[in-house]
Write a new protein. Structure first.
Length: 438
């Protein structure tokens, strides 16, 4: 009979004991059965040959019967007049993620009062400011969206007045015996355009107001009607592109925090913590103990040996930290460059639209002069001129808001948006306890 080696016999015994342990223990859970997949082949029921798409639009009600504001059901009815700076800074202050990170910093300080976690606290500090900066940028964009809605609504009111005057003109032409079929069709088309634009604006306003409330109003159960107060004055910004990009690279709080941490010296343990803050796939530490080293004495020896042995990944970890810094700078450059490009392109678009508005105004004067000579059907040409002029004015508002939004995005890319609200990365304290700075 062949003799079985002792280590193989021991392994077989352990495997046998483990496989049967759940059956012998009176209070133990049952062994987990094999998972049975629920996936299967495509199976559909039999359907008639003529089966297909059926539609019926006959039950659609009139627009006036379905229009309503869902936001009205959530809001308290109170109106809050708010300007851009207030919206931006309220969002920065009330950032949920920033609050969570600052709470984590507070907990770390309570655990490590001797300043051992200074680097980790610094990085979290920078990340909290980044979250406040992001929230501020989002609030600025939503606020300017509300400004656009209010300005576009004024154009709609002008259009309604124009359509009323057009209807009176058509009625007068009808009484005078002129052909009015084309005029009545233009009037109907105009009413549809205005109603469509009004519906889209109402939906956009509800969405913008709801989202902005979530950013600036911590009482999410009592939403407010937000009335923007703003002076829209788009102008030419003569900026140095390289200089603006340099500000983004050096002034963003997250970048400054990493640079300060590196300059103050990042130990290997701090490097692990720092890497793990940016991505859970980074800064991974493998367990030093294997399953064959379960004895307490052996564990203690391994831990002592690990403390004495330098980390062979130290150089790689330092390189990863530097690479994170380089990546953050690259992201800042891209954001700032995109914002400046949007500033320039929107300004060019504004200039072109202004030229078109001047052309349409000149055409309007020509049509008015023509109307005095040829009254018949001239109102249709004037109406077409009005439509194009209103569209150009609407496009100008859109381009102007894009211009202002791009400015906000540039300040956000540079970290200056949150600085305007009083949030700035403080210098590291040199006292023995970095959390108690006088």
């Amino acid at each position: 009979m062949t003799r079985i080696p002792a280590n193989i016999l021991l392994a077989l015994m352990i495997a046998t004991m483990m496989s049967g342990c759940c059956l012998r223990r009176p209070n133990a859970q049952k062994c987990c059965p094999e998972y049975v997949s629920q996936r299967g082949n495509l199976q559909v029921s039999a359907k008639p040959i003529e089966a297909g798409i059926v539609y019926d639009f006959g039950s659609i009600p009139n627009y006036d019967n379905v229009r309503r504001s869902l936001f009205d059901q959530l809001a308290t009815g109170n109106v809050a007049k708010i300007n851009l700076q207030e919206a931006v800074c309220l969002a920065a202050r009330n950032s949920d993620l920033a609050e969570l990170i600052d709470a984590e910093r507070h907990s770390i300080k309570c655990q490590s009062g001797d300043g051992r976690a200074m680097v980790l606290d610094l990085i979290l500090y920078g990340e909290a400011l980044e979250q406040r900066n992001t929230a501020a940028g989002a609030a600025g964009e939503l606020f300017l969206g509300l400004v656009q809605v209010n300005m576009q609504r004024k154009l709609i009111e002008e259009s309604k007045l124009h359509l009323t005057q057009l209807e009176e003109t058509i009625q007068a032409a009808d009484e005078a015996g002129f052909a009015t079929a084309d005029g009545k069709n233009e009037l109907a088309k105009g009413n549809i355009r205005v109603t469509t634009a009004e519906s889209e604006l109402n939906s956009a306003e509800q969405k913008l107001m709801y989202q902005l409330n979530l950013l600036i109003n911590i009482d999410s159960k009592n939403l407010l009607f937000l009335q923007p107060v703003h002076q829209l004055t788009p102008d030419h910004l003569d900026f140095d592109v390289r200089e603006q990009i340099s500000v983004a690279e050096s002034n963003r709080p997250g970048i400054r925090a990493i640079e300060t941490a590196i300059s103050s010296g990042v130990g290997i343990e701090s490097a692990y913590e720092l890497l793990n803050q940016f991505d859970p796939r980074l800064g991974i530490k493998l367990a030093p103990l294997s399953i064959t080293r379960r004895l307490l004495r052996r564990q203690l020896l391994d831990e002592l040996q690990q403390e004495e042995t330098p980390d062979v990944t130290a150089e790689t970890r330092q390189g990863q930290v530097q690479q994170i810094l380089d990546t953050r700078k690259s992201e800042a450059r891209i954001s700032a460059s995109q914002a400046m490009l949007n500033i320039q392109s929107s300004l060019e678009r504004l200039a072109i639209i202004n030229q078109d508005i001047a052309r349409l105004n000149a055409w309007h004067q020509q049509l008015k002069a023509k109307q005095e000579i040829e009254a018949e059907d001239s109102y249709l040409e004037l109406n077409q001129n009005w439509i194009e002029l209103q569209q150009a004015k609407s496009d100008r508002i859109t381009a102007a808001i894009e211009h202002e939004t791009a400015k906000i995005k540039l300040l956000q890319a540079q970290g200056q948006l949150v600085q305007q609200c009083g949030y700035e990365l403080a210098p590291i304290c040199n006292s023995p306890n970095p959390y108690i700075c006088e």
